[in-house]
Write a protein that binds this ligand. Structure first.
Ligand SMILES: [Zn+2]
Length: 195
C-alpha cells in the first residue's frame, strides 16, 4: 500500500489548495517512535487536512496505530491503541505561536517553508504514548517466575493478611503501651525486662 505522498510538504501552499492527504507508514520507518516501542510492529494510518480555520493556518486530521509497548511494571509486552486527533496551527514565529488558542498546537516553520511530512505524523503518535506504559491489570503479581526481575518480592506475598494482623485490636496496646510516642520501642524493651 504505497501512497504517492511527498516526503516534504509546504503547509502554506497546501492550505491554499485546501488539500487533504492520507496514507499509511510502517512503524519501523519511524525511528524515534520505534525506539519507544518493545517491537516496531504494524503501521500508522494518518489523515491530514490543510485549510484556514478563522485566522489559523490549520492542519487537522488523525493518527491511528496499534503499537507494542513494554510494560514498565512487568517488562512484558503491552498493546497500545493510538487514535489521536491532530490540531496544528502553522506559524512562522514564536509570537505567532503564543497567539494560538486551543485546540491548536504550533507547528513552527522558520528557516524553510518545507516540513517533513513523516515528522509531523511521528510527533503526533509519540505524543499519544503513555509516559509510563503499564498494564491496566495487576500484572506484577503474575510474574513471580524465577529469573524474572522482581520489583517488590516482599510486598507481593499476601499483603491482605499482614494488614489484617495489624488490625487485630488489643494486641498492640497490650505489648507496647508507649507505641504512640517516639520512645515506644524503648518503652517496650523496658516492659520486657521484668519477665
Ligand atoms: Zn505489566
Amino acid at each position: 500500500m504505497t501512497e504517492s505522498v511527498p516526503k516534504f510538504i509546504d503547509p502554506f501552499s497546501l492550505i491554499k489548495q485546501q488539500a487533504k492527504l492520507q496514507g499509511t507508514v510502517p512503524v519501523a520507518a519511524l525511528q524515534r517512535l520505534s525506539e519507544s516501542l518493545m517491537t516496531p510492529d504494524g503501521e500508522v494510518a494518518w489523515t491530514l487536512r490543510f485549510r484556514r480555520m478563522g485566522s489559523v493556518a490549520a492542519i487537522t486530521g488523525n493518527v491511528a496505530a496499534t503499537l507494542t509497548l513494554q510494560c514498565q511494571c512487568c517488562l512484558e509486552s503491552l498493546t497500545w491503541q493510538v487514535d489521536a486527533p491532530i490540531n496544528l496551527g502553522v506559524v512562522s514565529s514564536l509570537d505567532e505561536a503564543n497567539l494560538l488558542e486551543e485546540p491548536y498546537e504550533p507547528l513552527l516553520l522558520t528557516d524553510s517553508a518545507q516540513v517533513c511530512l513523516l515528522d509531523i505524523i511521528e510527533d503526533e503518535v509519540i505524543l499519544a504514548l503513555p509516559i509510563i506504559p503499564q498494564h491496566a491489570y495487576a500484572c506484577r503479581a503474575q510474574t513471580s517466575a524465577p529469573g524474572n526481575v522482581r520489583l517488590h518480592p516482599a510486598t507481593d506475598a499476601r499483603p491482605a493478611k499482614s494488614s489484617a494482623q495489624r488490625a487485630v485490636p488489643g494486641l498492640d496496646e497490650d505489648d507496647e503501651p508507649g507505641g504512640k510516642n517516639p520512645f515506644g520501642v524503648l518503652a517496650a524493651l523496658r516492659l520486657k525486662q521484668p519477665e
